[in-house]
Design a protein around this ligand. Structure first.
Ligand code: ATP
Ligand code: MG
Length: 454
């Protein structure tokens, strides 16, 4: 086993370990990369733990950066696949005051103490050596056996560990979903008992974990665990309220089942599609009346906006997701005229159409239908044909602008001019052939004179 690990560790990481060992310091590969190596998965980032103090590590690796109070030094490597490795001095954590983070971090004496502060047994292994000794796997908490059984188990008593840092509960769910692990019963019971504490966490930290859950091949594994343990109710009561709301879509399934099917079936790229899918029906529980959900997309857009704001989601992405929630109920009919297709394009915005179609595909999958049900492929093709024809969709594409109208028709700048331009755009969307300078000036003149006659 030890040689397997040895072989999986990139050369650049070996170089770092060797430098620390030769410098007289214990040094180990720790955490997620070791877990992933034992799973036979490619490791994401290689983290090292060492007895060397940060100042000493910086001395050993000229150019290394040390600018935090957690004892973590960032070292650059020559391996382009691995630009930066974090080397952290052995730590022990103390006094968790606010369920959020260690109050005080102390540099620890040993790799064993460092591993004891880590969250789950599978994350609490190390591979490396004390100076002068042969490298070996250090596994005081039975992590290797838990990796083999694909089980997540806290290091130590679950409730105590979750009280120390409530984020560990969300991490458990995230790791279960991304690694396809089961959460061991006592650990799961600990989450149910302490779920309410996630209310103390900052939105950003929850958002990072949510992003990873949604990127998993089956996010429903994580989302179901969140609902079952009460984490979801503490994070989003509106999503939690979807459980038990009736839906006549898939036999025997409720609204929450629909959401989960949809999220599992949604495209993973761009990442906002899965978030929009998770949130698309968030307004339904609040709007349910007589078996219908009138206006749920508008109410849902407001709820989605508030949730993403709480999670400090980047504003531009937040707005796109909220717009998708608001627009997800569009209803295409083959009887739509080409002008109707162009109005649809102009309303949604050409750059947002593909997102909306991807959300609709996910919604169909969630309803047990074919992704392209309801003529979606036909709508896509008709939209593409219009876009290919280069039709005018915004004021910038009109054959005249404000100053043309001012010159030719003698109107003054102001709101009236703006309204006239908008009206011309509507006319062009209805009938692209009128988008010539003469055509538009003529239309504008006639409109002005008929208005004058009123
Ligand atoms: P990933 O593969 O997603 O990076 P990871 O387990 O490596 O997963 P990181 O956030 O990179 O997650 O953390 C690195 C290591 O630090 C973990 O493997 C774990 O040992 C420890 N750790 C991270 N967060 C916590 C926490 N909240 N409490 C205790 N230990 C933690
Ligand atoms: Mg990691």
């Amino acid at each position: 086993m030890s040689t397997e690990i040895d072989d999986a560790i990139p050369g650049a990481v070996h170089d770092l370990l060797r430098t620390l060992w030769t410098g007289g310091h214990a040094a180990y590969v720790v955490g997620g990369s070791l877990r992933d190596t034992l799973l036979g998965r490619p490791a994401k980032d290689w983290d090292l733990a060492t007895a060397a103090l940060p100042e000493r590590t910086v001395e050993l690796f000229p150019g290394a950066i040390y600018e935090n109070k957690f004892g973590t030094v960032a070292v650059r490597t020559d391996d382009p696949a691995l630009p930066e490795v974090e080397i952290t001095t052995f730590r022990t954590d103390h006094d968790y005051a606010d369920f959020r983070r260690p109050h005080r971090v102390e540099f620890g004496e040993s790799i064993e103490l460092d591993l004891a502060r880590r969250d789950f047994t599978v994350n609490a292994m190390a591979w490396g050596a004390e100076p002068g000794e042969q490298p070996r796997l250090v596994d005081p908490h039975g992590g290797q056996a838990d990796v083999a059984a694909r089980i997540l188990r806290t290091v130590g008593e679950p409730e105590k560990r979750f009280e120390e840092d409530a984020l560990r509960m969300v991490r458990a769910v995230r790791l279960a979903a991304t690694l396809d692990f089961a959460i061991e019963p006592a650990t799961l019971a600990g989450i149910s008992a302490k779920a309410h504490l996630v209310g103390h966490l900052s939105g950003e930290r929850i958002a990072i974990e949510m992003t990873e859950i949604l990127a998993a091949s089956r996010p429903s594994i994580g989302l179901r665990l969140m609902a079952a343990t009460g984490l979801l109710a503490a994070i989003s009561p509106d999503l939690a309220a979807q459980r038990g709301v009736p839906q006549n879509k898939v036999e025997g399934e409720d609204l929450w089942d629909h959401t989960l099917r949809a999220v599992d079936g949604a495209a993973t790229e761009p990442a906002r599609i899965r978030m929009a899918t998770l949130l698309h029906d968030i307004g339904k529980p609040l709007t349910m009346a007589d078996g219908r959900f009138l206006g749920h997309e508008t109410v849902g857009a407001g709820l989605a906006d508030a949730l993403l704001e709480r999670w400090r989601w980047p504003a531009a992405e937040r707005q796109r997701i909220v717009a998708l929630v608001r627009q997800h109920m569009f209803g295409y009919q083959p009887s739509w005229s080409d002008a109707a297709i162009r109005r649809f394009i102009a309303k949604i915005g050409p750059e947002h159409l593909e997102d909306l179609f991807l959300l609709r595909e996910a919604d169909h999958i969630g309803s047990g239908r074919e992704p392209d049900a309801g003529g979606l492929d036909e709508l896509r093709a008709r939209v593409a044909a219009q876009l290919e024809a280069g039709v005018a969709l915004d004021l910038g594409a009109l054959a005249v602008d404000g100053s043309d109208l001012m010159e030719d028709l003698g109107i003054a700048p102001g709101p009236e001019l703006g309204r006239l331009l908008d009206w011309l755009l509507d006319r062009v969307i209805a009938e692209p052939a009128v988008n010539t300078r003469e055509g538009l000036i003529d239309l504008a003149r006639r409109r002005l004179s008929s208005e004058g006659a009123l």
